[in-house]
Write a protein that binds this ligand. Structure first.
Ligand SMILES: NC(=O)c1ccc[n+]([C@@H]2O[C@H](COP(=O)([O-])OP(=O)(O)OC[C@H]3O[C@@H](n4cnc5c(N)ncnc54)[C@H](O)[C@@H]3O)[C@@H](O)[C@H]2O)c1
Length: 262
């Protein structure tokens, strides 16, 4: 299927690792120029072949505005913006008072305010061009009050709502805004949820990462399997494409059926 994205420019914030990286690769495969923007390009985050890398922290509005200007200087355009950066608290949140209110600050700063900064930096020129898309990676946790990490869940719920506001504001400019919610994808972030759980339970009750995730998937995911980063990337490029020209303000779950709304 030709997604008609060839020649366009996509930036993926949090694109050095995990799903962001897979999304940047998918844009490259569609013939786009891909910009990987991340606060950390070391180690596993090293440059993706064929992409342009920029170091910036999404929590820094001036840095995000600078990155937007740099992309326009290099390419003369920026068509698609994906926000895939996120962090967890690193603590197990059941009950919620296992965390301190102070544990919320960095999670909300990255997951919600980083996305808001990204929108502020990129939306004006998308609107001026009267085309393009914004996509925020949220989570099923933002739709079901998942108690595992309350600041993470709440930040994702806020992100879903902000995306709807932005979708309404930008619709008359022809810019589409959506939220993509992965289910269970084997990344460093997913592993950190297990690590926080394992640190809380007595050794006798502790499961391996594989056993813990298999039990969770069996209990919660109707299709009974992990989601792959490539599954998320396939939906991301589809949502950027004219094939999705009537899709805006939506929360799209690629989660094996974990969340079902009716
Ligand atoms: N892995 C899962 O099971 C899962 C499930 C549901 C939702 N998600 C969501 O999917 C998205 C991608 O998650 P992932 O699992 O690929 O994560 P990851 O930890 O593998 O990658 C996140 C990337 O974001 C970057 N980053 C973090 N803070 C940043 C900041 N302030 N500025 C710029 N870059 C920053 C990191 O350096 C990293 O490269 C996130 O929004 C996450 O919440 C993940």
């Amino acid at each position: 299927m030709d997604l008609q994205l060839s020649g366009q420019v996509a930036v993926v914030v949090g694109g050095a690792r995990g799903m962001g990286r897979a999304i940047a690769e998918a844009f490259l495969a569609e013939g786009c120029s891909a910009v990987v923007l991340d606060r950390d390009l070391e180690g596993e985050g090293e440059a993706l072949l064929g992409s342009v890398s920029l170091v910036a922290d999404a929590t820094d509005l001036a840095a995000m505005r600078g990155a937007e200007a740099e992309i326009r200087r290099r390419f003369g355009r920026c068509d698609h913006v994906v926000y895939a950066a996120a962090v967890g608290s690193g603590k197990f949140g059941m009950p919620f008072w296992n965390l301190e209110p102070a544990d919320w600050e960095q999670v909300v700063r990255v997951n919600l305010l980083g996305a808001v900064n990204t929108a502020h930096a990129f939306a004006p020129n998308l609107a001026a061009a009267r085309t393009g898309t914004l996509l925020f990676l949220a989570s099923v946790a933002g739709q079901i009050g998942s108690p595992t990490d309350p600041p993470y869940s709440a930040s994702k719920a806020g992100l879903i709502n902000f995306a709807q506001c932005a979708a309404k504001d930008l619709a008359s400019s022809g810019v589409r805004v959506n939220t993509l919610c992965p289910g269970m994808v084997k990344t460093a972030l997913n592993r950190s949820v297990y690590d926080a759980w394992a640190a809380r339970v007595p050794a006798a009750e502790r499961l391996s990462y594989e056993a813990w995730s298999a039990e969770k998937i069996h209990r919660l995911v109707p299709l009974g399997r992990w989601q792959d980063a490539d599954d998320i990337a396939a939906m991301a490029v589809f949502l950027a494409s004219p094939r999705a020209k009537n899709v805006t303000g939506q929360t799209i779950n690629v989660d094996g059926g974990y969340v079902m709304h009716w």
